[in-house]
Design a binder for this molecule. Sequence first.
Ligand code: GDP
Ligand code: FE
Ligand code: FE
Ligand code: FE
Length: 195
Amino acid sequence: LEYFGKYFSGTRQELITAVKKSLGRSRFEHVLRVEKAAIKLAELNDVSIEKASIAALTHDYSKERSDSEFKETIKKYSLDPDLLNWGNFIWHGVVGAKIVSNELKITDPEILNAIARHTVGAPEMTKLDQIIYVADFVEDGRDFPDAQIARSLAYADLKAAVSFETKHTLQYLMSSNKTIYPTAILTYNAWVAGQ
Ligand code: GDP
Ligand code: FE
Ligand code: FE
Ligand code: FE
């Protein structure tokens, strides 16, 4: 897979080098596995392989930044001030998309939206959004009890995999008494709930 400067100014190898510099080894390896899953899902669902690769390689790009850097970024770009009440889990998607756009000069709105939505999803997700959301959950390193079920589902039916992941994540968050980000509930209502 080679890029031709359409969505990122350098080669895939150059993007990988930039991502590697920003992440510890195990998270970097996770990102490479997400890219592999995302490319496979893009092929199966008729989505741009190049966009899937770039979004996957950059989806956790900002995850190891400090809380203070995220808070500064929220203020500097006048992002929704409610974001300040949350933490890394939500910032590395929504605020992370802004950091990716600034530092890596990626401007394609579909790629940036897929990064922004990769953790909690959204009621309406493009096929690229769905691919990154699902690839993050089913990459080959995931070994939670239902990972194999999620993986088979992902390669058979992308939308069903979005639904499965959303339900699974909400169940996990509730069973451990974690705060649910409101958008995660909207995703659940749209992708899991019946009426
Ligand atoms: P990762 O970045 O590859 O580890 O995966 P994600 O970006 O999908 O998830 C990051 C973390 O956010 C995980 O530990 C999730 O369990 C957690 N998370 C996702 N949604 C919510 C939520 O609504 N509330 C809370 N408290 N945590 C969440
Ligand atoms: Fe993430
Ligand atoms: Fe995820
Ligand atoms: Fe991830």
